[in-house]
Design a protein around this ligand. Structure first.
Ligand code: NAD
Ligand code: IPM
Ligand code: MN
Length: 354
């Protein structure tokens, strides 16, 4: 039995989580007993019932889980809280040592027509952003006073080494091309990053390492997205480049991610946020969450067949023109979910998953 902690979170988080778990239950059918779901309060949803976005009980459940699914956190209501939902998310990543955030950017042919970028440019796009997730400017010393503030960007050798190694390991099962993105013409941290990337590259003689400054990489992601295989970069650059890259498949609402770390438990979440502008309207695109479940099945549980079944049904639904508003369609979250379930080959509807 795989113990999955479910952090539905805020905004559209619970809506897309419900959809993804219904799809998982339906696909697993009678094998559904292979999973147990343990919902825990997190983010604004935890602040609504207590005084912290990351209750000790939630963290403990995560530490003891086989995998963690996270919807999204963040709510304008808690923007000025002493301890915000976002700080809770960073604390969770840090506590679990989730240093490697894997964000695949793939535009499959079935959904090519949904991209706002010309087909000739976007066709064949398939790269992975490997984002460092537990250090850098997010976690350096900071100060915030009335008229002055700062955030220190700090990286230690060991933090750079392990994320670069992770990128090469992923590249070995792909096209063996690693692009390290930095700002070495300005930042000391980037110069250290580049030097260590060169050192680590020697451990992977079958792979090729190149470097690019983040500003020009941002441009090239739109201009020639098929040129990339594995992009490895620091925390803040990875955050920004992955939202930018979401334009390629047509919406932020279709991109999943996996975060791996030092303790063995991994967390799976969409790259987008809680989308307060569309929350509670049954119009959120659940594809990002469904594909996060697919990543969990592959990367934590090695359940390739089940993962492929869900992924195929999800893309087939999109290809059939059943699309949520962010992709120009008019399907509700529920209708899209039902359509995916209908394509799962007659398995039962997984309603009331948790
Ligand atoms: P956002 O990612 O929530 O939304 C950006 C835009 O994309 C919005 O117009 C939204 O409607 C749309 N969008 C996002 N996901 C969608 C989906 N699944 N279907 C359809 N449309 C979708 O970013 P934001 O508005 O800048 O931030 C909102 C809140 O989310 C903030 O509190 C922020 O801190 C938080 N946030 C959380 C996470 C996380 O939980 N990992 C990630 C990013 C932002
Ligand atoms: C993400 C989000 C988070 C980040 C925020 C909500 C702290 O944007 O997961 O991409 O910046 O890492
Ligand atoms: Mn982000």
């Amino acid at each position: 039995m795989k113990k999955i902690v479910v952090l539905a979170g805020d905004g559209i988080g619970p809506e897309i989580m419900d959809s993804a778990l219904r799809v998982l239950n339906a696909a697993a059918g009678t094998d559904g007993a292979a999973f147990s779901f343990d919902p825990q309060p997190f983010g604004g949803a935890a602040l609504a019932i207590g005084d912290t976005p990351l209750p000790a009980k939630t963290l403990q459940a995560c530490q003891e889980a086989d995998a963690i699914l996270l919807g999204a956190i963040g709510d304008p209501r808690w923007e000025k809280a002493a301890y915000t939902p976002e700080q809770g998310l960073l604390a969770l990543r840090k506590a679990l040592g989730l240093y490697a955030n894997i964000r695949p950017i793939k535009v499959v042919d079935a959904v090519l027509h949904l991209s706002p970028i010309k087909e000739s440019i976007v066709k064949g796009t398939d790269f992975v952003i490997v984002r460092e997730l537990t250090s850098g400017i997010y976690f350096g010393e900071k100060a915030e006073e009335e008229d002055i503030a700062y955030d220190i960007n700090r990286y230690a050798r060991v933090e750079i080494e392990r994320i670069i190694r992770q990128a090469f390991t992923i590249a070995q099962s792909r096209q063996k091309k690693v692009l390290s993105v930095d700002k070495a013409n300005v930042l000391a941290t980037s110069r250290l990053w580049r030097r260590i990337a060169e050192e680590v590259a020697k451990e992977f003689p079958d792979c090729q390492l190149t470097h690019q400054y983040v500003d020009s990489a941002a441009m090239k992601i739109m201009q020639q997205p098929t040129a990339f295989d594995v992009i490895v970069t620091e925390n803040l650059f990875g955050d920004i480049l992955s939202d930018e890259a979401s334009v390629l498949p047509g919406s932020l609402g279709v991109l999943p991610s996996a975060s791996h770390g030092v303790t063995g438990v991994s967390l799976y979440e969409p790259i987008h946020g809680s989308a307060p502008d569309i929350a509670g309207k049954n119009i959120a695109n659940p594809v990002s969450m469904i594909l996060s479940v697919v990543m969990m099945l592959r990367e934590s549980f090695q359940m390739e067949a089940l993962a492929a079944t869900i992924e195929t049904a999800c893309f087939a639904t999109m290809n059939a023109g059943i699309l949520t508003q962010d992709l120009g369609g008019d399907a509700t979250t529920d209708r899209f979910t039902a359509a995916v379930i209908a394509r799962l080959g007659g398995k039962q509807d997984g309603k009331n998953a948790i």
